[in-house]
Design a protein around this ligand. Structure first.
Ligand code: FES
Length: 107
């Protein structure tokens, strides 16, 4: 189990734990985190699981592939350099303490 922190656009912090092997979107949905819509269930066709990943974790993640980069162009809140689709972030022990900021809106 690892610890994950979600910071809403209003600054509210939601901390949770999750099993490694799952993805970040699944952990958010399981924890009832508002602000992760995940309409497509992880099929990478909705971009409503957009998050901004804080350092040092952003630099530790494998870079987004072309398909994820293409979807990041369609996020409701403009993407930043540290934007990722949470359904594409596989949770590993190295990500213990992962902290992500949620965008103002997913629509
Ligand atoms: Fe739809 Fe991630 S859940 S793109």
């Amino acid at each position: 189990m690892i610890t994950i922190n979600f910071i809403a656009a209003d600054g509210q912090l939601t901390g949770t734990t999750a099993q490694t092997g799952k993805n970040l979107m699944q952990a958010a949905v399981a924890a009832g985190v508002e602000g992760i819509a995940a309409d497509c269930g992880g099929l990478m066709t909705c971009a409503t699981c957009h998050v901004h990943v804080r350092e040092p974790f952003a630099a530790q993640l494998p870079p987004p592939d072309g398909e994820e980069l293409a979807m990041l162009a369609f996020t409701a809140t403009p993407s930043r350099p540290n934007s990722r689709l949470s359904c594409q972030i596989k949770l590993t022990e190295a990500l213990d303490g992962l902290t992500v900021e949620l965008p103002v809106t997913q629509y």
